[in-house]
Design a protein around this ligand. Structure first.
Ligand code: NAD
Length: 301
């Protein structure tokens, strides 16, 4: 079994490391928040008090941090991973970060003699707990092949998306498309009801017609229509609006740096911002229906 360094033991890092421990690995875990380290230690992570201790002797180092700025600081800072790790350690960043930061991490890691893979995930905290996350990996064939067996205890699916930053690219574009099609679904759900259509009847029609989509089938924002929807549960997440706002923001940043106009992504980013400004950042993303109908069934308050 292997020795792993893990930096970032938050909502995702904690259950992900628990599955690595269950698989028999030694995981040296560090977080700037001591309580996060203590919580991970309850699941068998070896708690350490510094980044340098986390990466010491590691076959592989994972990071699971909030944003690009945190990942850049943790890898590139004077007291960071590139400064303290041995070049023998394979580096994997599983945070969801902007494409340009991911490219920078690949470039700087290679310049310092390291092998680096970007490996964002989808599947949320429930997928992290169940060990069924989808990993989207970006990097060379050799590095991705080396990373895969370490990732397996945390994953349901592992994709090699392509070269440098391809994992982040796939994750960002997927979530942007999800947010855009969800916006269509919340608008459609309200208009269908105002036209007098029964929600389930309309849903059954759209599901087998050209209006079908993953959020229609899975996240329909009217209670009692589809079992998997947060609307059945007071719009508790699921996938919180704040996280989707971040991910669509990453798409907009990517559009800007790649010179691509993204009008629908801009619109849904604004709709998510409104939900956050109104105090609903913690609700499921399908609470976007609130902007269209503040009295929509199932909304809290
Ligand atoms: P989180 O905020 O709960 O955890 C991040 C952890 O990183 C925190 O405990 C924080 O203290 C720690 N951290 C920040 N700076 C640090 C530093 N310099 N050194 C050490 N630790 C540091 O976030 P999360 O929900 O675990 O998400 C992590 C990443 O995964 C994000 O990029 C998020 O977008 C992505 N993601 C989250 C979900 C989800 O449902 N939560 C799903 C898919 C992807």
């Amino acid at each position: 079994m292997s020795t792993m360094g893990w930096i970032g033991l938050g909502n995702m890092g904690r259950p992900m490391t628990a599955n690595l421990v269950k698989a028999g690995h030694t995981v040296n875990g560090y977080d700037v928040v001591p309580d996060a380290v203590a919580a991970a230690a309850e699941h068998g992570v070896n708690p350490v008090g510094s980044l340098a201790e986390a990466v010491a002797g590691a076959d592989i180092v994972f990071t699971m941090l909030p944003k690009g700025e945190h990942a850049r600081a943790v890898y590139l800072g004077d007291d960071g991973v590139l400064a303290h790790a041995d070049t023998r350690s394979l580096l994997v960043d599983s945070s969801t970060i902007d494409f340009d930061s991911a490219r920078t991490l690949h470039t700087e890691a290679a310049a310092a003699g390291f092998r680096f893979v970007d490996g964002p995930v989808s599947g949320g905290v429930t997928g992290a707990e169940a060990g069924t996350l989808t990993f989207m990996l970006g990097g060379s064939d050799e590095d991705v092949a080396e990373a895969k067996p370490f990732i397996e205890p945390m994953a349901g699916n592992i994709f090699h998306a392509g070269g440098e930053a391809a994992g982040q690219a796939a994750k960002i574009v997927n979530n942007m498309m999800l947010a855009i099609s969800l916006q269509g679904v919340v608008e459609g759900a309200v208009l269908a009801q105002r036209f007098g259509l029964d929600p389930t009847t309309f849903w059954n029609i759209a599901k087998v017609s050209s209006g079908d989509s993953w959020p229609l089938r899975t996240w329909y924002p009217v209670p009692g229509v589809t079992e998997t929807a947060a609307s059945n549960n007071g719009f508790a997440p699921g996938f919180a609006a704040a996280l989707m706002h971040k991910d669509v923001g990453l798409a907009l940043a990517g559009g800007e740096s790649q010179g691509v106009d993204l009008p629908a992504a801009s619109l849904v980013h604004g709709q998510l911002q409104k939900l956050i400004d109104d105090g609903f950042a913690g609700l499921d993303t399908s609470a976007l229906i609130r902007n269209i109908d503040p009295k929509a069934e199932g909304l809290p308050g």
